[in-house]
Every structure is written in structure tokens, then in C-alpha cells.
Design a protein around this ligand. Structure first.
Ligand code: ADP
Ligand code: CDP
Length: 228
């Protein structure tokens, strides 16, 4: 660019639960001075609002009718990501088992996806130095022109072990079953399912440390920036 400033770089990181999207995205963004957006947190936030307001989660038309109501705001500093709904900090309540078990149903509703996708695109467009956006449909639908697309995978066993470690000793078998059920729902929905974009780089993290995954993604971003 004329003033010598680097063009904002857009990185899309997708994959199923427990593959390391959040940890990798935050670290890569922090290391490269980019913004960070956790799109799963936005779907969790709208789910929290539906549950809090007594909307019937089993009724897609009831969800669709109010999908435009909550105002969701994401803070994009990778060192301190935030999320609010109508001004209320929901960072903690969106991580409960209740919300985790309902989020796939809410996020399958096309009106919800249209609303959240628009929000995600506006956040990405506003990122001065670029952004790492993580989710399920970022490379395929939200930001199909991203400079770099990564699709993280890992075995169900590795993912369940990571998640149950986080949930302070939750039963690995039950965690594995819940993960598989959520992946199946997210992958089979009609509107922008969880999927690898054709031009995404797939990284199997089963045998890699988090640090190795971060280094791999940072290298790929730097290669892109160098025009390789
Ligand atoms: N390569 C890895 N090896 C071991 N643990 C990992 C790895 N990547 C992530 N983790 C851990 O697994 C858990 C889930 O990671 P997270 O980034 O939240 O995944 P996702 O966003 O894909 O659901 C976290 O506790 C994280 O520290
Ligand atoms: N881009 C995205 C991100 C998340 N989601 C939905 O939001 C849920 C929660 O996403 P998350 O990233 O917080 O899930 P975890 O992998 O952290 O458990 C997913 O299971 C999907 O149903 C989505 O539909 N599209």
C-alpha cells in the first residue's frame, strides 16, 4: 500500500468442537497484532437470550420471529475477548451445559444465521490490521474471500479428553457422546453447515501440542503476507 501499511489480513479458522480453534485463534491474533472473533460465542449469546426470554427452542418459527431482537456486541481484543447481550456481560452464562445443549438448535435457524453472519462481516470489515475469525462456516459462508482458511480436526477421543479436562474431570465418555451429537447436528443442518472450504488448509491436531498448532498457523499467515 502507498503508505507502507500492511493490508488487513483475514484468517478463517473452522472445525468441530475441541479441535483447538479458540486457543489457536486467540494466540495467533495476539502474536500477529490482529483482532479476534469467536463466532461460537455469538451463537451461544443469542441462545442464552432465547432461553432467558422463555422462547421455545424446539420451535424454529418462534426463534425466527425474535432473531432480530437481542443486540450482541463482541469485543475483539484477543487478550481480553468480551461478549454482551443488550449490555449484559454473558461471557460466563453462555458456557453452561444448558446453553451448550441448546445452541445447535438455535444456530440452525436461517434467520438467526443471517443476523449473526451480517454482524460477523461488519466486525471483520472494521478490523484495522485484520482479524482471526473462528467458527464452523467462516471459510465457506461468512468470509469466503479470507486470505487464509484453516480447518482444524482431531480425533473424537482427543477432543473429548481436552474438553473434559476443561470441565474439571467431567466424564470423558459422556463428553465424547455430547460432542459427536453436536458435530452431527452442526454438520447436517441445511443452512451453512460445519464444513471445510475447498481452499482451506486442513490441520489434524490430534498428535500436535497447542504450541505446534499455533506455530503452524502463524507460519501460514506469514507466508500469505509475504505473497508465497
Ligand atoms: N493441540 C492441542 N493439544 C492439547 N490440548 C489442546 C490442543 N489444542 C487445544 N487444546 C485444549 O483443548 C481445549 C479445547 O480447545 P479450544 O481452543 O477451546 O477448542 P475449540 O475452540 O475448537 O472448541 C482447551 O482446554 C485447550 O487448551
Ligand atoms: N460459525 C459458527 C460458530 C458456532 N456455531 C454454533 O455454535 C455452537 C457453539 O460453538 P463454539 O465454538 O462455542 O463451540 P465449542 O467448540 O467451543 O464447544 C456450535 O456447536 C454451533 O452450533 C455455528 O453454527 N456457526
Amino acid at each position: 500500500m502507498e503508505n507502507g501499511a500492511a493490508k488487513p489480513v483475514i484468517v478463517a479458522i473452522d472445525g468441530p468442537s475441541g479441535t483447538g480453534k479458540s486457543s489457536t485463534s486467540k494466540a495467533v491474533a495476539a502474536q500477529l497484532g490482529l483482532s479476534y472473533l469467536d463466532t461460537g460465542a455469538q451463537y451461544r449469546a443469542i441462545t442464552w437470550w432465547m432461553v432467558t426470554n422463555g422462547i421455545d427452542i424446539d420451535d424454529p418459527s418462534a426463534i425466527a420471529a425474535v432473531a432480530g431482537k437481542p443486540e450482541i456486541v463482541s469485543g475483539t481484543d484477543p487478550a481480553h475477548p468480551t461478549i454482551t447481550v443488550d449490555g449484559t456481560d454473558v461471557a460466563a452464562p453462555i458456557r453452561t451445559q444448558e446453553i451448550t445443549s441448546q445452541v445447535s438448535a438455535v444456530s440452525a435457524v436461517p434467520e438467526v444465521r443471517a443476523r449473526i453472519t451480517e454482524l460477523q462481516r461488519s466486525v471483520a470489515a472494521a478490523a484495522e490490521y485484520g482479524i482471526v475469525v473462528e467458527g464452523r462456516d467462516i471459510g465457506t459462508t461468512v468470509l469466503p474471500d479470507a486470505d487464509l482458511k484453516i480447518f482444524l480436526t482431531a480425533s473424537p477421543e482427543a477432543r473429548a479428553a481436552r474438553r473434559s479436562g476443561e470441565l474439571k474431570g467431567a466424564d470423558v465418555h459422556a463428553t465424547r457422546e455430547a460432542l459427536i451429537k453436536r458435530d452431527a447436528a452442526d454438520s447436517s443442518r441445511k443452512t451453512s453447515p460445519l464444513a471445510k472450504a475447498d481452499d482451506a488448509v486442513e490441520v489434524d491436531t490430534t498428535e500436535l501440542t497447542l504450541q505446534q498448532v499455533i506455530e503452524c498457523v502463524v507460519t501460514l499467515v506469514e507466508e500469505k503476507r509475504a505473497g508465497k
